[in-house]
Design a protein around this ligand. Structure first.
Ligand SMILES: Nc1ncnc2c1ncn2[C@@H]1O[C@H](COP(=O)(O)OP(=O)(O)OP(=O)(O)O)[C@@H](O)[C@H]1O
Ligand SMILES: [Mg+2]
Length: 280
């Protein structure tokens, strides 16, 4: 146990079997595990994962946010997390953003925010497993998992470690992103991960001067792709320059206060679907 083990050596067979049991029992205390993924980088996965976690926690659900992007952990930046994991009586607890929201990210374990993590696959697998086995998540309604783009070690480890994870796939409207998202859908089907649906992020922009909609990256690509691939569209989130500003400042939570924001209405719709469309 202990924070120092995270990122350490890979366990032997015995230790791995023991760890499997611990992981199983920890996951048994978490009702829903929502895995936010995408084939493409920069489409807003971390923002979507962080904002969903935040909104769910504000609705009174007990939420954990686990950032398995080991090379480019964004979650601590989005929430301006200054502290690290909390160790009490040799037990490692997530960083407490609020009463209802705990966060774990590799970014909290690196002293220097600009440090680069250079790891081969087995160490990444080991670190992600330890994010579950060695952390006292407690009883949660939701564990929201943010991942790096693509279908590499991190998503595969999540799929293999959390058999009842449900995927939310984030895309932007343009074909170059949709092409990669189709690969994410195929990945989920290959590893038997339930797909809750697709979120089209950066879907149109309201002109701040005249209010007219500008289709910066196009619009509706997510809907037609979802229909063609036989998955649900969970919602379309517009571009909001405030989201960039608040994300950069680490103040995402300040955006939730204005319920009339278009993004907040879009997120509300997505949350309603997440709550109602559970896979099991
Ligand atoms: N709806 C939105 N409106 C405006 N900006 C957004 C929106 N969603 C995300 N962004 C911005 O887009 C940028 C990329 O977002 P983010 O880091 O969440 O993407 P990502 O998919 O997690 O990237 P990576 O693949 O590197 O992990 C950030 O500056 C974020 O603030
Ligand atoms: Mg990210």
């Amino acid at each position: 146990m202990g924070g120092a083990r995270v990122g350490g050596t890979t366990p032997g067979d015995m230790e791995r079997a023991e760890q499997d049991n611990v992981i199983k029992s920890k996951l048994g205390r978490i009702d829903r595990k929502i895995f936010v993924m995408s084939g493409k980088g920069g489409v807003g996965k971390s923002t979507v994962a962080a904002y969903l976690a935040l909104l769910l926690s504000q609705k009174g659900y007990k939420v954990g946010l686990m950032d398995v992007d080991l090379h480019g952990p964004s979650v601590p930046l989005l929430f301006n997390v200054q502290g690290g994991l909390q160790i009490v009586d040799n037990v490692v607890h997530p960083y407490r953003f609020s009463d209802h929201l705990g966060i774990v990210s590799m970014g909290m374990l690196l002293g220097d925010r600009d440090a680069a993590v250079i790891w081969r696959g087995p160490l990444k697998i080991s670190a992600i497993r330890q994010f579950i086995s060695d952390i006292e998540w407690g009883d949660l309604d939701f564990l929201i998992i943010d991942s790096p783009p693509g279908t590499g070690d991190e998503p595969l480890t999540v799929a293999q470690t959390i058999p009842d994870a449900e995927a939310v796939i984030v895309t932007t409207p343009q074909e170059i992103s949709l092409a990669d998202v189709r690969k994410s859908i195929t990945f989920c089907r290959q590893v038997h991960m339930t797909i809750l649906g697709v979120v089209e992020n950066m879907s149109g922009l309201s002109c701040p001067y005249c209010g007219k909609e500008i289709s910066l990256f196009g619009k509706g690509g997510g809907m037609s792709m979802a229909a063609a691939m036989g998955v649900s569209l969970l919602g379309e989130i517009p571009i909001d320059p405030e989201m960039v500003k608040m994300g950069d400042k680490g103040g995402l939570d300040r955006l939730t206060e204005n319920v009339d924001l278009e993004i907040n209405r879009a997120y509300d719709g997505i949350i309603a679907k997440l709550i109602n469309n559970r896979s099991s």
